[in-house]
Design a protein around this ligand. Sequence first.
Ligand code: NAP
Length: 513
Amino acid sequence: MDKQLDLKVVIVGGGFGGLGMGVALKKAGIDSFAIVEKGGDVGGVWRENTYPGCSCDVPSHLYSFSFAPYRSAKTRYPSQERILAYLRGVADTYDLLPHLRLHTTVVEASYREDIARWELTTGTGEHIVADLLVFAVGQLHRRYVPDIPGREDFTGAAFHSAHWDHRQNLRGRDVAVVGTGSSAGQLLPKIAADARTVTVYQRTPHWVLPKPAAEFGAISRWVLRMPGAHRLYRQALYYGADIALAPIVHRGWSARPAHWLARIHLRRHVSDPALRAALTPDYPIGSKRIVFDSRFHSTLGRENVELVTDPIARITRNGIETGDGTHRRADVIVWATGFRASEFLTPMTVRGRGGRLLREQWSDGAEAFLGLAVPGFPNAFLIAGPNSFNPAGSNPGMKERQIAYIMACLRWRDAIGAPAIEVSGDAMRQYRQWLERAIAKTVWPAAGASWYKHEKGRVTNPWPASARTFARMLHHHPAAAFVPVAANDAAPVTPLPIHRHPPTHDEATPTAS
Ligand code: NAP
């Protein structure tokens, strides 16, 4: 098959970022775009993660688009099914379904300097040519399963938490769960109620904070029926997360209330001192993403649940052997071992100006101006790119900011009549300096390995400041950081000076989103 599609914009990924971008294009009257999605439906991680107990640990009123607020007077924390239904609803309401190209994997994307456009090749042999390329593939979709000796010898069922095997009935079976992050925290209480035994293999304890009930109580429901209450609640969550949670990643006194709360929570739910000691992290809170869950710790105290802290030595045909020589039987192994989050855009081959390969430019860890643009890659943007994951708030909100900025870039490019625009080297340098200073003030550089970091040690994934700071920095006019690029230009023209307070543009006006 050798078809060609000619578009103004091509979006890769049909999750929150890709759908949000599609809505922004529709609102701008642009119909010439496609959303290319490797899966068979929209939803991104909310389509992929179907493990028992999968839900959001950010309240629904905040974890939704500002233009399509999720307004339930009943649900505080939505389940995976509800979020997926919400995203399907957004795709339907904004007429995005005709733009979706499902079951389509982008293999390669190359910038054609002769025409100043992007050319994409898909796994089905399709060619897509577009002015603008937007990667909206998220950070948490490449599953990680550790390469432990004997893994292939296991004769039972083994699967990753993000690829749940629903054919497996866990009732009465011996289940091993490897990992104790957010996914394990959510699935453990559910499977422990069914399985005969659950053995949880912990390498490093995570800090755990309690999560309020998933449904509102009677008084909250009554309050939420008042006019404007949902909006106010959303604003309160936005500012509350910024004020209470964002400072946790900055060492010192600002982290103390969360640290105390986590310790109190552990003490309340785990009475056995040995188990409590095993579950107490020896690193500052915020170094890894905090697990928000109220049932994880208490479930570890169940009779049929065992926490194992000896490192896994090998997998056998019917279980797991730890370093101390103990062998524990398992019928099923659940790999709750997370994602290759720092391998942005892998395994796609992305070529920019002069044939430069993005993977080579990022060999020491990915970086992008405000998580959305890379010098040498004109007219290409990322949503949720490097250092734009908000560990303390709503990521749909972060994505909306980036989408508004990308739209401003598109409008500016059209207004000046340039075939392409590119973030300047100077703007990238200034931003990098700011980012490095901001990251140095956090707990992350001194922390051990986590999905926040590249294997070479650079912190590549989380945003090191508040959501309001992100909004402020994305409030600048693109002319402050981008330069026009002509077709066959060897290099962009001299960068314009960066304005601290350029004229505002509607879509970038900070609101609680
Ligand atoms: P994760 O936080 O990266 O946790 C992976 C776990 O696997 C860690 O406990 C890790 O231990 C362990 N592990 C990795 N390799 C191992 C090995 N060789 N032997 C033993 N243990 C090993 O992954 P996740 O739980 O899937 O969560 C990833 C992210 O997804 C979260 O941080 C969160 O941002 C997001 N998430 C969000 C929600 C939500 O409600 N919004 C729900 C689930 C997930 P170490 O700590 O020692 O590396």
